[in-house]
Design a protein around this ligand. Structure first.
Ligand code: CA
Ligand code: CA
Ligand code: CA
Length: 173
């Protein structure tokens, strides 16, 4: 049987560009039996790694995810089109997880103001907010869908546009 424990067969795989398919299929979930946010892919459409006045910048995009007020900062991804497969646990104690996702590109030195990526298709909004209902398995808000569904959002209407693929996953025990 192919269902190795913790392996996700994602429905979106068939839609992916061939060059990236391999990387995606290599993903093996490290959280089993509990819902978590998977940020599978993050790519910059605008250049967030533009050189600033005093320093050379590089691509080091990371995510700040807040779940019911608890903040998690991921490690940076160093590619313009990265498949970091960041995993952020959702709230396993309450029915609803209110999730806020922000994307940043770190800038260092004297130019330490980081650039905030735009992953929200609406003008004037850069972040994504959604609620996950543990009982129904449904997402609502800036993301809507169901558990184990990868969703894509493309930022528009603001500067520093990025493309993100993410979803709430739950791998059966
Ligand atoms: Ca930057
Ligand atoms: Ca940077
Ligand atoms: Ca926007």
């Amino acid at each position: 049987m192919k269902s190795a424990k913790g392996t996700l067969a994602l429905g979106a795989t068939a839609l992916m560009v061939c060059a990236f398919a391999q990387q995606s299929q290599d993903y093996v979930a490290s959280i089993v039996g509990k819902p978590y946010l998977l940020i599978q892919r993050i790519g910059q459409l605008d250049n967030l790694a533009r050189d600033a006045r005093f320093t050379k910048d590089r691509t080091d995009i990371y995510a700040i995810v807040t779940v019911n007020g608890v903040k998690t900062e991921t490690r940076p991804a160093s590619s313009d089109d990265a498949w970091p497969n960041w995993e952020i646990p959702l709230d396993d104690h309450t029915r609803l997880s209110h999730v806020h996702v922000r994307i940043m590109d770190a800038d260092r030195g004297l130019d330490k103001n980081a650039d905030q990526g735009d992953i929200n298709p609406l003008g004037g909004e850069k972040d994504l907010d959604f609620t996950y209902d543990r009982e129904t398995g449904l997402l609502s808000g800036d993301l809507y869908g169901r558990t184990n569904q990868i969703l894509e959002r493309i930022g528009a209407g603001d500067n520093d546009a990025c493309r993100i693929r993410l979803g709430v996953m739950k791998v059966r025990l």
